[in-house]
Design a protein around this ligand. Structure first.
Ligand SMILES: CC(C)(COP(=O)(O)OP(=O)(O)OC[C@H]1O[C@@H](n2cnc3c(N)ncnc32)[C@H](O)[C@@H]1OP(=O)(O)O)[C@@H](O)C(=O)NCCC(=O)NCCS
Length: 223
């Protein structure tokens, strides 16, 4: 499903459950020791997805440990992203020579908990959600906005090592399945990208988003 919102060159693998216990490298297993079963299972299935995705790039299985800020440490020359939520796990990878930054996010397709939208959005974004809801009902637009921002963060952080608050990016969702994210001027240091393009999908009780900065594309040179 997620491949529908990814360009060629980005490899992906996904799972809708944790049926078979996925094997972990010893250092990964050590990291999960003492963690709750649910977290261990989603961590392991996401790593199985990541290794399938890496195999499609022609790369051997490798431990995938969290680095600074929780971002996964990919093999040299690879960019990637991981997501998991109830009923869904996925990982995507690409050659860093082709893709500068990559972020994916999955969320259950239900409204955000009361009070959250006001914390993660601007007045402009909230007004646009109203319009989108009227134009295309049946899509969980507030959850989609949240997911788009998480995808932006997952693409942004590994490249810059910098925190990004939810209101540091202004996201414009389009009904046809795309979005743009513009960072506030003070947020992006000189030489880093301040605009991202993404895609979204709403299906099977899930919303999925992706942000891919393809090298050489008009706004894809950064971060
Ligand atoms: C880190 C964060 C984005 C994860 O999103 P989530 O919806 O909670 O959880 P998901 O299951 O989709 O993603 C979890 C995966 O994200 C990845 N991740 C965690 N921190 C990350 C970071 N700093 N950069 C990139 N990826 C990160 C990890 O691979 C993690 O899975 P793992 O622990 O099994 O390796 C979220 O918890 C967070 O901190 N958000 C606040 C920052 C933000 O989103 N700002 C919006 C800017 S517009």
């Amino acid at each position: 499903m997620i491949e529908e919102i990814l360009p060629p060159g980005v490899r992906s693998a996904e799972a809708f459950d944790d049926l078979a216990p996925a094997p972990l490298f010893p250092e990964e297993a050590a990291l999960m020791a003492g963690r709750r079963q649910r977290r261990r299972a989603q961590f392991a299935t996401a790593r199985a997805c990541a290794r399938r995705s890496l195999a499609e790039l022609g790369l051997p299985p490798a431990p995938l440990l969290p680095g600074a800020g929780g971002a996964p440490q990919w093999p040299d020359g690879v960019v990637g992203s991981i997501t998991h939520c109830d009923g869904y796990r996925a990982a995507v990878t690409a050659r860093a020579t082709e893709v500068a930054a990559l972020g994916i996010d999955a969320e259950p397709a239900g409204p955000l908990p009361r009070g959250v939208l006001g914390l993660i959005s601007s007045a402009t974004e909230r007004a646009s959600l109203e319009r989108l809801g009227a134009e295309k009902p049946g899509v969980c637009w507030d959850r989609l906005l949240f997911s788009a921002k998480e995808s932006v963060y997952k693409a942004w952080f590994p490249a810059t090592g910098r925190w990004l608050g939810f209101t540091d990016a202004e996201v414009r969702l389009a009904p046809a399945g795309t979005f743009t994210a513009s960072l506030r001027p003070a947020t992006a240091p000189p030489g880093t990208a301040s605009r991202f393009e993404g895609r979204w999908l709403s299906r099977q009780d899930l919303v999925l988003t992706s942000v891919v900065a393809v090298r050489g594309a008009p706004s894809g040179g950064g971060p």
